[in-house]
Ligand binder design. Structure first.
Ligand code: UDP
Length: 244
């Protein structure tokens, strides 16, 4: 595993198995640890939002998500060689946890979605304990009652799916009160695990077209996606500055 800096963010780059083993080794630490999975949209938001940037820089693991990050890193001349989408990272961790009877808590998404995701995940990873679920649309996601519940549940892994920047800020704020827990900020992953949203077929993913598949399923994302080439322009600008 190596650190590769892009836009001032030290990304962790390594074989998926290495990343997963490293993350598993962080479970049980005396304070909560967390992983962020910035995609181009999050990286661009962090350029303008110091609190988000700080939450990313304080993470224990920073994994690039989205093919745009890989392209941008190449333009910068500091290529990221591996891409482990957040959803595959979480699936890899849950597979390993299931083998040792470990547990996961699912936080976020619309009411009912996390529960459905939990049912699917326990079928997909027999042995995995769903320690609890909580949707992401009431103010109690900010309260100590929730962190108490998560602590009492004995969860080792916590999927924080509140959208960005809320999920990154949430993990930074609450990691000190969740010792032993590994958290991952995963955006819309619970919508996928619940079956509410379909993930792109493997071929589309291999071709780097996951974003297009998502756009076809959720056309209203166009207003967000239209901004994505911005990361490539930012990379070209930074490279130009470095050369000058
Ligand atoms: N969400 C939430 N609470 C909020 C805002 C968003 O739980 O206050 C959830 C939303 O339902 C969705 C996820 O956070 O499941 C954000 O998904 P999005 O598609 O924006 O994230 P991406 O996968 O693009 O990072």
């Amino acid at each position: 595993m190596t650190k590769t800096e892009c836009f001032g963010i030290p990304f962790d780059d390594g074989e998926p198995i290495e990343i997963i083993e490293n993350a598993l080794s962080l479970i049980g630490s005396d304070k909560g640890v967390y992983a962020v999975t910035p995609n181009p949209e999050i990286v661009m938001a962090a350029m303008k939002d110091p609190a988000l940037r700080e939450a990313i820089l304080s993470a224990d693991l920073i994994l690039p998500d989205g093919v745009g990050m890989i392209w941008a890193s190449k333009i910068l001349g500091r290529p990221l060689y591996h891409r482990l989408p957040g959803i595959d990272f979480a699936s890899g961790l849950m597979k390993e946890l299931a083998e040792r009877g470990g547990s996961v808590y699912l936080l976020g998404a619309k009411p009912g979605v996390a529960q459905l995701a939990g049912e699917n995940l326990s079928r997909r990873f027999p042995g995995l304990r769903i320690a609890g679920t909580h949707h992401g649309y009431d103010s109690s996601t900010e309260e100590t009652a929730l962190t108490d519940e998560i602590r009492r549940s004995g969860a080792e892994l916590l999927l924080v799916c509140l959208g960005s920047p809320r999920q990154e800020l949430w993990m930074k704020s609450y990691s000190p009160v969740l010792p032993g827990v590994l958290m991952i900020g995963l955006g819309g992953a619970l919508d996928v695990f619940s079956g509410r949203i379909r993930r792109a077929p493997l071929l589309w993913r291999r071709l780097g077209l996951e974003w297009l598949f998502r756009l076809l399923q959720e056309p209203k994302r166009i207003t967000r996606m239209i901004r994505l080439p911005g990361i490539l322009r930012a990379a070209m600008k930074e490279r130009g500055r470095k050369k000058a």
